[in-house]
Design a protein around this ligand. Structure first.
Ligand code: NAD
Length: 497
């Protein structure tokens, strides 16, 4: 099916008419043909967003009216949930139960949340701090926002980025990842039917190095927001520095999953199964480093391996599939190279590590993989693999566990497993990660600020904190004296009166 980009309220081809195919990672079939946008298309979209911000109705609407568009969009997406979830599953390779029961409902809840949250903008003010005048602080939209999204949760990441930006009155250019642009275009249709004014949201498909780079560089864009790889974040910061534009970066992760000796091991094993293999491990918060106390490592591993054997790989559209293919054959190759690397580094492969080619000759699968005997310095313990690969690392003392957990360049998410309150609080406080869970791994809600520290980036998705990222505070001073010459003027000119 041929798809178009959305620019200035029109569904259009690329200026060059170039297109690219979007394929299924399960069977290689072409799912859609999508415009291959280039710099010129990015500029058209930026101009449309600029015009919609400077002259259009959207930024001036009362928050309630913007919220109403969001509520309509949420209802429309809800009515299309089965079809959009199926598209997401086919295109990304994620299981239908993940797409239909998690990603889509969460995205819809996000729209509903921001419909209300956009009405809560506040700015503190000190009032009459001089005694002669009063002060108003206004929280204002930053202007034109570029939202650049990854391929792991295509529609959900688009909503996480676009919703808080739009609802406070910004206009947006969204650039989805090239492997998975289809559901972002569906999101555009939903907003169009919900009554979003032309140009308030624009969607440009095309390569990151060109479309994404233009969005980061172009001085008419006020803020660029990325969810993606740390290396991409660095490039965007550099490109954005030319016009000193604001950036908001949600980057990679390498989450620790620390199991203390007194933890409920059965619960921790279940937690590792879902925390580690969620979305085929293609999740920035995935529990990839299982940091286990030496007295429980053996039992934990035995129980984990028994569970790993029961993971059902297969067609992502089947309700009984637990693990679909990875997003693309290139990503499969990337993960399998890490499997080789782990073995060459001396880690012991105790489960998986294969491509399931015999079973699924056309699918980009990687079998659920576990490495034992991993040491913190190994590449598989340091680098983001973004596949179903878990590392088991042993520790002896609390301090050692924290040192290993914090000993990566990332700081996005992590969890601790213990039944001791003091250990839980001490560990949660000591972990330098934006999200820390105790006796669970993954729960996030529309209400919870999500974002990292260190090279996982800065800024927040979700929650009302994200509204701060997409607004700025203006300070307005109003003289109340009506005097021609104020008492303090002599400090610049003349003498005291
Ligand atoms: P990626 O960085 O390769 O791509 C992300 C987006 O950036 C894509 O749309 C891509 O086209 C674009 N891009 C690429 N080069 C660009 C450039 N030079 N200038 C501007 N844009 C450019 O990431 P990915 O492989 O799509 O996604 C996986 C990554 O996303 C992982 O590192 C993962 O940890 C991260 N991620 C982070 C979070 C979070 O909340 N922190 C959430 C999901 C994914």
């Amino acid at each position: 099916m041929d798809r178009k980009m959305w620019i200035g309220g029109e569904w259009v081809s690329a200026e060059t008419e170039a297109t690219f195919p979007v394929t299924s990672p399960f069977d290689g079939t072409t799912l859609a043909t999508v415009p291959k946008g280039a710099r010129g298309d990015a500029r058209r979209a930026i101009d449309a967003a600029r015009h919609a911000f400077d002259r259009g109705p959207w930024p001036k609407l009362p928050p309630r009216a913007r919220g109403e568009v969001f509520l309509k969009a949420a209802a429309l997406l809800q009515s299309r949930l089965p079809a959009v979830a199926e598209l997401e599953s086919r295109n990304q390779g994620k299981t239908i139960k993940q797409a239909a029961d998690a990603d889509l409902p969460f995205s819809i809840d996000n729209l509903v949340f921001y419909a209300g949250a956009g009405r809560t903008l506040e700015a503190r003010s000190p009032g009459e701090f001089t005694g002669d005048g009063t002060t108003i602080f206004r929280r204002e939209p930053v202007g034109v926002v570029a939202s650049i999204t990854p391929w792991n949760y295509p529609i959900m990441m688009a909503v996480w980025k676009v919703a808080p930006a739009l609802v406070v009155g910004n206009t947006v250019v969204l650039k989805p990842a090239s492997w998975t642009p289809i559901t972002s275009l569906e999101l555009g249709k939903v907003f169009e039917e919900a009554g979003l004014p032309a140009g308030a949201l624009n969607i440009v498909t095309g390569p990151g190095g060109e479309v994404g780079d233009e969005l980061s560089r172009n001085p008419k864009v006020d803020l660029v927001s990325l969810t993606g790889d740390t290396a991409t974040g660095r490039k965007i910061m550099e490109a954005a520095s030319g016009s000193v534009k604001r950036t908001q970066l949600e980057l990679g992760g390498k989450a620790p999953f620390v199991v203390f000796e007194d933890a409920n091991l059965a619960a921790a094993v279940e937690g590792a199964m879902v925390g580690g293999f969620v979305n085929g491990g293609q999740d920035c918060t995935a529990a990839t480093r299982l940091i286990l106390h030496r007295n429980v490592r053996e039992r934990f591993l035995r129980e984990l391996l028994a569970r790993v054997k029961t993971v059902r790989m297969g067609d992502p559209l089947s309700r009984s599939t637990d693990l679909g293919p990875l997003v693309h054959a290139t990503q499969q190759q990337h993960v399998l190279e890490f499997v080789e690397k782990g073995q060459s580094e001396g880690a012991k492969l105790v489960a998986g590590g294969g491509d399931a080619h015999a079973q699924f000759p056309k699918g980009a699968f990687v079998t659920p993989t576990v490495f034992d005997g991993v040491t913190p310095d190994m590449a598989i313990a340091q680098k983001e693999i973004f596949g179903p690969v878990l590392d088991v690392i042993e520790f002896s003392t609390f301090d050692e566990a924290i040192e290993i957990a914090n000993g990566v360049e990332y700081g996005l998410a992590g969890s601790v497993w213990t039944n001791d309150l003091r250990t839980a609080v001490k560990a949660a406080n000591a972990l330098r990660f934006g999200d820390v869970w105790v006796n669970d791994h993954l729960p996030l809600g529309s209400e919870t600020p999500h974002g990292g520290v260190k090279q996982s980036g800065f800024g927040k998705d979700l929650g009302t904190d994200s509204l701060n990222d997409y607004t700025w505070v203006k300070n307005i001073y109003i003289d109340l004296t009506g005097q021609v010459r104020k008492g303090w003027h002599y400090t610049t000119y003349g003498d005291p009166g």
